[in-house]
Ligand binder design. Structure first.
Ligand SMILES: [Zn+2]
Ligand SMILES: [Zn+2]
Length: 363
């Protein structure tokens, strides 16, 4: 009897399950055996019996949850095939954050690629996305609407550095998510030639230290709380998005508030968060890259998960591809504001006003 791809991978309340291999991928509840695509907390949870992930992802999980985050763990070398039950599995770079991987599953002549989260834009802090031709491609859809087109990240960093030069008496407080975005923003600032210290909120320190220990050069990154207020004038300070609004930010001299996120495309979101300087920098594929990647894989079937599924499913169908939304619960990218945030989109036309040419707009 011929296998179909749905024999290989099925959807369960715990997440995607491969019964032939006896494992789940990025399960949202504890399972006996989990394969994890990357370290963001909605994909990598503690409490599984056994975890297989890249060495970097295992380090990130240990840093967040402690060394006993799973009963046992094993590092998957990128590109290396391994047999698990009746399927063959391989981890391939996804270009999302340090250690992020797509998971390729093969059995009976059918190849399925589970992308996890991914992006195609170059990122100095992680390995680039590697395209794997496949029969079924399971794509994320965090920014799966045509309104989401990310500008080059270096242009957004240039806006930040222009503002720093323009307001030497003020600090620039940039909201960034702790895993991936923080380190990528620092690396981009360094690539733009800015070599002054970049001050950090304490919550960003452990993962930044982990990135540095993996050989990623982020320059001098002292603790913001150890600096005198006057010392922070004309400096860039990174903090988790929540800290940019609260008491913590009062230690900074007249801060310009920035936020680095793909959601900053939506002007209303920036306004609502009190962001003066929105920086459209995302670790997820934008609409063009989602569509382009689907086409490049040559997959005849596409499963769309967590995010704005419907527009992407529609796009696939108009191109003759079999496509379905998975509507999986429990995933909402911590680094992009969560499923609740996604659910608020799309809103009315004035809610999705594209924030183009937005430097310094303080409305
Ligand atoms: Zn992620
Ligand atoms: Zn995700």
């Amino acid at each position: 009897m011929a296998l179909t791809c749905t024999d290989i991978l099925t959807q369960t309340p715990h997440g995607l399950c491969c019964p032939m291999g006896g494992f789940h991928i990025d399960p949202v509840r504890p399972v006996a055996r989990a394969l994890i695509t990357h370290g963001h907390s909605d994909h990598a949870r503690a409490g599984h019996g056994a975890v297989l992930a890249t060495r970097e992802t295992l380090r990130i999980m240990a840093a967040r949850y402690g060394a006993d985050f799973a009963g046992s763990s094993e590092a998957a070398a990128l590109g290396e095939e391994r047999r698990i039950g009746d399927v063959t599995v391989r981890f391939v770079p996804a270009g999302h954050v340090l250690g992020s991987a797509q998971i390729v599953i093969e059995a009976g002549g059918c190849r399925i690629v589970v992308s996890g989260d991914y992006k195609r834009e170059a990122d100095p802090t992680c390995r680039p996305f590697e395209l794997v031709p496949c029969d079924v491609f399971i794509t994320e859809a965090t920014f799966g609407l045509p309104v989401f087109r990310h500008p080059p990240a270096r242009d957004e960093i240039a806006k930040l550095l222009e503002s720093v030069a323009l307001f030497p008496e003020r600090a620039h407080l940039v909201g960034v998510y702790a895993l991936g975005k923080a380190q990528r923003v620092m690396a981009l600032i360094r690539a733009a030639g800015h070599d002054a210290p970049i001050y950090l909120h304490g919550a960003l320190e452990p993962l930044t230290a982990l990135y540095k220990s993996e050989g990623i050069d982020l320059g001098d990154t002292p603790k913001a709380t150890a600096a005198k207020k006057s010392e922070l004038a004309g400096r860039i300070v990174l903090a988790p998005p929540s800290a940019t609004q609260d008491l913590w930010s009062r230690r900074l001299p007249d801060p310009v508030t920035a936020f680095a996120s793909g959601w900053m495309r939506v002007r209303a979101r920036a306004r609502q968060k009190g962001v003066e300087l929105p920086l459209v920098i995302s670790d997820h594929a934008d609409w063009d890259d989602l569509c382009g990647t689907i086409a490049e894989t040559g997959a005849g079937e596409v499963w769309v998960t967590h995010g704005q599924e419907d527009a992407l499913v529609h796009w696939c169908r108009t191109r003759g591809l079999a496509a379905r939304p998975l509507h999986m619960l429990g995933y909402g990218d911590e680094e992009e504001g969560g499923a609740a945030e996604a659910a608020r989109l799309p809103a009315g036309p004035d809610e999705t006003t594209v924030a183009a040419g937005h430097t310094g707009d303080s409305s």
